[in-house]
Write a protein that binds this ligand. Sequence first.
Ligand code: ADP
Ligand code: MG
Length: 255
Amino acid sequence: MSANAVEITDLKKVYSASGKTGKETQALKGVSLTIPQGEFFALLGPNGAGKSTLISILSGLTGKSSGTVKVNGLSIDEHPDEIKKFIGLVPQEFNFSIFEKVIDIVLDQAGYYGISRAEAMPVAEKLLQDLGLWEKRNEKSQALSGGMKRRLMIARGLIHQPKIILLDEPTAGVDVELRRGMWEFLNRVNGEGTTIVLTTHYLEEAEQLSRHIAIINKGVVAVDEGTKELLAKNPGKKLEDIFLEIIDASKESNV
Ligand code: ADP
Ligand code: MG
């Protein structure tokens, strides 16, 4: 397929006024990004930058205020249901039932896409094996460690074998050794052709895994560049240094 995996043009999102502050929030202020098929794309930015908002809009969970979003060449306004089948979402917050068994959490998700349990079972087995959760399949999810819960979220997000997977801080709170295991897993999934969009606070992780980096800050794209090119332009600097310079510069220009 020749269409880009994702094409976002001048995307804006305003959350209406709520609660005590009584002020609306402009979470995205005209974001344009193109993500080719098969990319490993890191979406970075400080807390409140708008990363999760962008991911929720792409996955159809949140409506946009204006702008256009296309997934595999299809407009999100015209083909929301088809797009949901292309996309796998691994949200930032755990949102499964702690009383449900691991295997049921994964198989029930398949049901949302019209895939029967019998059809989904081999895919679930492979995912749970690869993520080190197969032995835990009959346990309630409350019995899992934090790192296992993260991996369960990944298995659930991939059960319908999406073309694009959106991972919102999938390694938050996961220790270094397990994180490396997750990196290998994500590299393998990407190697099989799945487009990956990853948000993370671990800049080393983005540097290791991604081929393209976008940094958003206060709802605006500050960097949109190949990972190698970005590092080559800033010799001797780590991604973390580059990131902090961009965030600091925007603070100064805003006072
Ligand atoms: P990030 O994931 O980069 O930390 P978010 O997309 O979660 O950023 O948030 C961007 C901005 O939008 C923040 O100012 C946040 O407080 C606000 N925001 C996010 N979700 C909501 C919501 N449901 N209602 C109101 N404001 C929101
Ligand atoms: Mg977030």
